[in-house]
Design a protein. Structure first.
Length: 396
């Protein structure tokens, strides 16, 4: 116990870097870069298949279904083969899916392509997080927050360059270059990936869902924090193009601005929470996220909208990590049980809620959507006192 506390105390803004940590950071960056590049590509995907906003919403729903189907499959394969093998396989299968999305020429091929894209996104996500856990154990040092910061940096790079590269090289040229960069990153990371042994005994324990309301309430916090993140990812480019008349080059900048501030604040997140506590951090983040989304939604210019999305990124950056930490430290409840409830509820927000936005946007506007979403964050603020359980990490 004392060793754990001393480790936490010694951790600073310049953590130790190892080959294994660099490898898993590259994998997070790769995954985030592809997802970021997907944001400015969505309008072209929609246009190629002649989708209405509600039909695009259905496609995004299929993306979410693919993720939730493949995530447990990846988990079972990690138990059989180890995370290092699964993360390599899923990465190699994931890279071509962004090209496949560009080659679709019918609704049904679009459904298949986006299901595979979502499924392999989820599978790679599980595998790289599992490998990050193994690296943490080897290093005896927490690295998860910075790993997710590298994901945000990848999202920033993919979104910021996506529009310009599409305008310069065309939709197909853009994804071919993206896939080539991903292959190079994978080849650099591959020999450094931590090789872990299979864990055939690590099968999910059969357990009844908790009857206490606490994990469900914390799950609601995670859900309502991840809905805005998914909405910015999937709809911000369309919002800038269709409602603020942004050029193709600028269409991906909303998610880029969001990712830039999110990545920066995730690198600082552990220090901020240790300094001010989970409750105060969550409340300040909630207010900033609300303010940012309102600015973006009520904006009449691209510049002001980008400022709003950047502020929202600051706010949302550390809200979900706080919720996950709280879930793993609920008194009298096994950490795995609490986390299973909260993570499932949270990821359903980022995977499925954006698909519902399509139906709402078709009858209103995306401006109205971004103005209304902060109402969810008011619920988070009302439940923010539950973030005190996140501080039990430093108390044990």
């Amino acid at each position: 116990m004392n060793d754990t506390l001393s480790m936490k105390a010694s951790a600073g803004p310049a953590p130790i870097v190892t080959r294994e940590r660099a490898a898993v950071a590259l994998l997070f960056f790769l995954n985030g870069m592809v997802m970021g590049a997907w944001a400015p590509k969505i309008p072209f995907f929609s246009q190629a298949l002649g989708l209405t906003e509600s039909m695009l919403g259905i496609m995004l729903f299929v993306f979410g279904v693919g993720s939730l189907v493949m995530m447990p499959v990846a988990g079972m394969q990690i138990a059989r083969l180890g995370s290092s093998r699964v993360v390599q396989i899923t990465t190699l299968l994931y890279i071509p899916t962004i090209v496949l999305l560009t080659l679709v020429d019918s609704i049904w091929t679009g459904v298949i392509a986006i299901f595979l894209f979502g499924g392999l996104t989820g599978a790679m996500d599980v595998a790289m997080n599992a490998n990050a856990v193994e690296v943490e154990r080897q290093m005896r040092r927490s690295i998860m927050s910075s790993c997710h910061a590298f994901w945000s940096l990848g999202g920033l790079f993919g979104a910021a360059t996506g529009g310009a590269l599409i305008a310069m090289l065309g939709v197909l040229g853009h994804v071919l270059l993206l896939a080539a960069i991903c292959v190079v990153l994978f080849l650099v990371a591959r020999p450094m990936i931590l090789v872990d042994a299979p864990h055939p005994s690590d099968e999910p324990a059969r357990a009844r869902l908790p009857l206490t309301p606490l994990p469900w309430l914390i799950g609601l916090i995670a859900l309502f924090c991840m809905v805005p993140e998914g909405t910015v990812l999937d709809w911000s480019a369309l919002y800038l193009r269709n409602e603020l008349n942004a050029s193709t080059e600028f269409s991906g900048f909303a998610f880029a601005a969001f990712s830039l501030t999110m990545a920066t604040c995730r690198f600082a997140g552990d220090f901020v929470r240790d300094r001010f506590g989970g409750v105060k951090t969550l409340r300040v983040c909630g207010v900033l996220a609300t303010l940012g989304l309102l600015i973006a939604g009520r904006s009449d210019s691209v510049t002001l909208a980008l400022i709003g999305f950047a502020i929202a990124g600051i706010g949302i950056s550390n809200m979900v990590p706080i919720a996950f930490s709280a879930a793993g430290n609920i008194p009298g409840l096994a950490p795995g049980v609490g986390l299973s409830v909260v993570t499932t509820m949270g990821y359903s927000g980022i995977l499925f809620a954006p698909s519902l936005i399509g139906f709402v946007a078709e009858h209103t506007t995306l401006s109205t959507v971004y103005t209304a979403i902060p109402a969810l964050l008011l619920v988070v603020l009302a439940l923010s006192h539950l973030a005190r359980y996140a501080d039990r990490v430093a108390e044990t």
